[in-house]
Write a protein of this length. Structure first.
Length: 80
C-alpha cells in the first residue's frame, strides 16, 4: 500500500522517542510533527536525518484503514 495522499496520520498519532531535526526530545503521540506540511506530506521524507521509526513505518491497511480518520483512530489505539 502506498501512503494515502492528504493523510499524515502517522506524523501525528505515533510517538517518536528518538531525536529528530528540530525535536531533540522526539514527540508524544497526538503531537503534530513539525515536519508535517499543510498538505500532510513530510518535509524530511527523503532526508537521512529522518528517524528510524519513520523509515521503518510501512503504510498497510491494518494501520492506515481506508481513510485518514480511520488511520488516526487505529494509530492512536496503538499508542496508548
Amino acid at each position: 500500500m502506498n501512503c494515502r495522499s492528504g493523510c499524515g496520520a502517522c506524523c501525528v498519532a505515533l510517538s517518536i522517542s528518538s531525536s529528530l531535526p528540530g525535536m531533540a526530545g522526539g514527540k508524544s503521540a497526538g503531537v503534530r510533527c513539525i515536519h508535517l506540511l499543510d498538505d500532510y506530506k513530510c518535509a524530511i521524507y527523503t532526508d537521512s536525518a529522518k528517524p528510524k521509526v519513520c523509515i521503518d513505518f510501512k503504510a498497510e491497511p491494518e494501520f492506515c484503514g481506508s481513510s485518514r480518520k480511520e488511520a488516526m483512530e487505529i494509530l492512536f489505539s496503538l499508542s496508548t
